[in-house]
Ligand binder design. Sequence first.
Ligand SMILES: *Cc1c(COP(=O)(O)O)cnc(C)c1O
Length: 322
Amino acid sequence: MTHTATQPTYADVEAAARRITGTVHRTPVLRSRRIDAGLGLEVHFKAEHLQRMGAFKFRGAFNALARFDARQRAAGVVAYSSGNHAQAIALAARELGIAAMIVMPLDAPASKVAATRAYGAEVVTYDRYSEDREAIGRAIANERGLTLIPPYDHPDVIAGQGTAARELIEDVGPLEAIFAPLGGGGLLAGTALAANALTPDTRIYGVEPEAGNDGQQSFRSGRIVHIETPRTLADGAQTLHLGELTFPIIQRHVSDILTVSDAELVDAMRLLASTMKQVVEPTGALAFAGLRKTAGELAGNRTGVIISGGNIDLPRFAALIA
Ligand SMILES: *Cc1c(COP(=O)(O)O)cnc(C)c1O
């Protein structure tokens, strides 16, 4: 990495918020009386599935690319991703007039590959069950002088992701608990930085797929646990380990890491569709599914849930919720 990997702070989240204004959507906060009544608490949904390119990842990607110097801009960016980070880097690069090359798994959802190409990026594919995407990304970066922007373990990415929770708290005031999905921890770490600075009493929960609970294992054991590629519907959280930058922030500020099954994810997606008419991808429903499991302990609380993304092929969405 050409970047010095210093730990981001809340000041970096504030700087990111200024940098992304005018390009990244300030997404709405959604409410549902039926969901509140059903759970016995208040839920404030930060609707990042309505973000540009369909997920919060545009925040971190745009923040990182906006900080490139002239040489980096001229040479271009390379990224590896199962989907949303790819689209985010592709769109941010297009916005800033930077060339982008994206390393994507062969079995990535068709809509994500197509969208990445449509944003003007060059796509290189690999087999996620046998090849190492980080090594492929690093090799391309070295050979061609491109800057590698990883999907979560980068200070500018973490700071950018933290702007979602910052907006949520600005818009609705202090919350007793905030739930965020957990893959590599960029969103959860950014959320933790923002909430801890603005409302230090807020409890922060990360939610990851049961089949890939490396985050929970790491949180409990105090060291970064590595796992094999988990088989889960939540393709945006199929990460193998937390980051060197994200893990210490999560350890310091997060209350707990919860897990949910694929069936619980689909159930949460169905409820968001039937009650609120929202199309949310499986990974995007992680935080809400985690809140539903914990609702009993949070009776009467004001809670926040980050709906992180909505990129799913409609036939697949229909088949899942049918
Ligand atoms: C990437 C992603 C996540 C996980 O984010 P991390 O920063 O890797 O923890 C969650 N939801 C969606 C929709 C994503 O694209």
